[in-house]
Design a protein around this ligand. Sequence first.
Ligand SMILES: [Zn+2]
Ligand SMILES: [Zn+2]
Length: 394
Amino acid sequence: MLIELLTDDELAFLTSVRHDLHAHPELGFEEDRTSSIVARLLTEAGVSVHRGLAKTGIVGTLKCGSGEGTIALRADMDALAMPETADRPYKSTVEGKMHACGHDGHTTMLLGAARHLARSRDFSGTVHFIFQPAEEGRGGARQMVEEGLFDLFPCDAVFGLHNMPGLGTDEMAVVAGPQLASSDSWKVTIRGVGTHGAKPHLGRDAVTASGHFLSSLQTIVGRLIDPLQPAVVSACSLQAGDPEALNVIPDFVEIGGTARAYSPDVRDRLETEIGRLAQGIAQTFGMEADYRYIRRIPPVINDPDAAADALAVARSVCAGNVRTDFAPSTAGDDFAFLNEDIPGAFVWLGNGPAVDGALHHNTAYDFNDEAIATGVSFWVHLVEQRLAASGTQE
Ligand SMILES: [Zn+2]
Ligand SMILES: [Zn+2]
């Protein structure tokens, strides 16, 4: 079922597209060449194209039959600001940029699915193909939503896919519930009163207060969060005083870090408790703390029904070779902004064994072309299943 979907010629064509994208990586919101190729191939296939959402973002729309169901499929297009060290015929031609997360493969597979569905038209309803810019920390998904993605292109469900080394290229993982953690930042400034290092009683020592804050920080995860709920709080930056002025107690200490969670409740609790601890400790020592919690990416949480649909399709495409006990990742993906208000599922597609140990964001990483057929087949069958042409679907 899997391999017959694409002809040898089409698979060769898609592989050449993937290699071309790999050789010409572009960073977030700069995907001008990539999005031009996407737009051209969609247009040539007969898919209507909307350009310019979140600068370089594209939505292709394909309508078929009289079905009212709507589904959105998302691929990310951006590369990373890092050098490619492995030699390959289609190695990055741009210094300091490379496709180290496999988004070249994601873009290719969604293009392959659009081309196939535009030919076969074996569904009844509307498909939106979302080609998103700037997944790697630059806020592409959020900007697409803020610029009206789902007002312009409403949909009943949205699906995303990411390649995953360690799973076979004919293997997928589909799990309901949390897939990726929320990824937020926090900043605390403890404000004391600077003074002579020899006369601490004449000031308020923010350095000592910050030591108490840091040594108590892990009590948030250890004592306040449900032990059965994963959570991470890390202080990653600490700035105070001047190493050239070792007789000066500084006015303030700035501390910053990250917080991760898999549920909105735990995320809210982390936001509250980090601030409460900072302000409480500052108060204990007679000073004040400024606190800022910066919400960056919500957790990716798969809707049970959407995940069940995706699982059924993955099982048929991969001849049963699908994992349902796959551990979530503490990384984040801004697909979270797409399925925050719309039911959706984010699934993993095998990328084969990690070659020479290279994982995502490694300078030798590469998307595996063997996975193209599986990914295209998954997208096509998901559309045909959700928007069944028989008329049995709503
Ligand atoms: Zn990445
Ligand atoms: Zn990625």
